[in-house]
Design a protein around this ligand. Structure first.
Ligand code: GBH
Length: 480
């Protein structure tokens, strides 16, 4: 393998999300979100962890901006907490919440760091969940109103508006497997939620452009699934992988980019819903011009066809006995990963990112792409010198950036890369037990310590130059 040079214009960034870092859950006029309710419910998160304090970014944002500036980042992907700017999810904005984001964005701009703003990274105002959440169509309209209001407040400072982060997670982890807020396990509601999230995106895109002009840049970030058949020679396994593609990917890509839900998807899920939640005109509304598609990538899946009546095998990381996020895929078995793993138990497969980017480019010629999240959790021991020598994370980033560079060389229009995450943070149901940061956070003192990976990444960002990645297997944990 050879060293790679990224284009001059390539954007180097880091990402976070509001609930995972801000803390200050009941300060500054913030209303409650579904993640407050969920994380405070016993048994829902690791060790009962909540985002009440998190990385205390709400109070330490100046220090965090300074840190980013030391690392030489071009851009910072943050999310806006809906209940912080609009506590009940409707009506008047909370001026303190708006001021927080305005100050933050201004400080970023002053530091020469481009703010890349996501409007929704999973923290739905609790009042909207009480009215049915994403299973209720009204939530999509409320989201569009919120998007319009934020665009009005910050439109002169923000270049690209990302509507949603990973609607797959909101719909299926929130409403089918229930491992994310609001913790519901209703497969039909999950499908309705997926549609209402798509609709929310389309309505918000319209609202933003209505407010700021047709040229306003709109984006959405998806976690697309790269799924491999256990036996590529076995048609039944290929079929199983195709079903994952429908329920995991095309339920979003179809309406967003092609203006339709695949007929096969409707057939596969027909026993759960008649899809009457799709109203006339919705598909036109959802298919708005996408200026850039955000891609979050961590890992791949391996699946095989389970014959009717056969006992369940691997859980593919869903956990034994837990409800599956994969609605209508009772005949798809997810294999336990076999290769080197991250601390999440996810297998490390950089090639999946190359395949995903080039496949998107082939299917949607000229569509600008952005890797809006990629990164890894590792146990991260603090060494005697007080530093974190996270060679495994450097190896992970190195191989995945190499995959991005190859995709660019092969013609994919990938505009930038955001490492997940800038800081160690609240890793949802896993609480603080999993560390994704390139900067360590000591949760007792809130002291930030850049890990070796932060210095390594800063160097790559400064030069746009990536050394040839190491040969052999990725550095990772052994499967258990
Ligand atoms: C992202 O989610 C989030 O945007 C971010 O907030 C989070 O902290 C970060 O990643 C790290 O988790 O296909 O059923 O086997 C990523 C969520 C990871 C969800 C992989 C699905 C595989 C589940 N995804 N996961 S499955």
């Amino acid at each position: 393998m050879s060293p790679r040079q990224f284009p001059e214009s390539f954007v180097w960034g880091a990402a976070t999300a509001a609930y995972q870092i801000e803390g200050a859950a009941s300060e500054g006029g913030r209303g409650p979100s579904i993640w407050d309710t969920f994380s405070r419910t016993p048994g829902r998160t690791h060790g009962g962890d909540t985002g009440d304090v998190a990385a205390d970014h709400y109070h330490r944002w100046r220090e965090d901006v300074a840190l980013m500036s030391e690392l030489g980042l071009d851009a910072y992907r943050l999310s806006i907490s809906w209940p912080r700017v609009q506590p009940g999810g409707r009506g008047e904005l909370n001026p303190e919440g708006v001021a927080f984001y305005r100050d933050l964005v201004d400080a970023l701009l002053d530091a020469g760091i481009n703010p890349v703003v996501t409007l929704y990274h999973w923290d739905l105002p609790q009042e909207l969940e009480d009215a049915g959440g994403w299973a209720n169509r009204e939530t999509a309209y409320a989201f569009a109103d919120y998007a319009r209001a934020v665009a009005r407040e910050l439109g002169d400072r923000v270049e690209v508006w990302t509507t949603l982060n990973e609607p797959w997670c909101s719909a299926y982890l929130g409403y089918a497997s229930g491992v994310h807020a609001p913790g519901r396990t209703e497969p039909a509601a999950a499908l309705a939620a997926a549609h209402h999230l798509n609709l929310a995106h389309g309505l918000a895109a319209r609202a933003i452009r209505d407010e700021l002009g047709e040229e306003a840049n709109v984006s959405i970030t998806l976690n697309l699934h790269v799924t491999r058949p256990a036996d590529p020679e076995r048609p039944a396994d290929l079929e199983a992988a195709h079903e994952v593609d429908l329920v995991g990917n095309h339920i979003f890509l179809g309406p967003l980019l092609e203006g339709t839900y695949p007929v096969e998807l409707r057939q596969l899920t027909a026993h759960l819903t008649d899809w009457s939640f799709v109203r006339p005109g919705d598909l036109t509304l959802i298919r708005q011009r996408l200026d850039v598609l955000g891609v979050n990538y961590y890992s791949t899946n391996y699946v095989r066809r389970r014959e009717a009546g056969a006992p369940a095998g691997g859980t593919g990381g869903h956990g034994a006995g837990a409800a599956s996020p994969w609605v209508a895929l009772d005949r798809v078995e997810f294999l336990d990963p076999a290769g080197p793993l991250t601390d999440m138990g996810w297998n490390i497969e950089p090639e999946g990112l190359y395949e995903l980017l080039t496949a998107l480019d082939n299917a949607h010629e000229g569509l600008p792409l952005m890797v809006t999240e990629n990164g890894a959790a590792f146990p991260d021991a603090v060494a005697e010198d007080g530093q974190v020598h996270d060679a495994d994370r450097i190896d992970y980033l190195h191989r995945h950036l190499d995959a991005v560079a190859r995709a660019v060389e092969d013609g994919a229009d990938v505009r930038g890369y955001f490492v997940w995450s800038l800081l160690d943070n609240f890793e949802w149901a896993y609480g603080y037990a999993k560390r994704f940061g390139i900067v360590r956070v000591d949760y007792d003192t809130q002291v930030r310590t850049p890990k070796d990976s932060a210095r390594w990444y800063a160097q790559v960002a400064a030069t746009g130059e990536l050394p040839a990645p190491p040969d052999g297997e990725p550095a990772g944990l052994a499967p258990t």
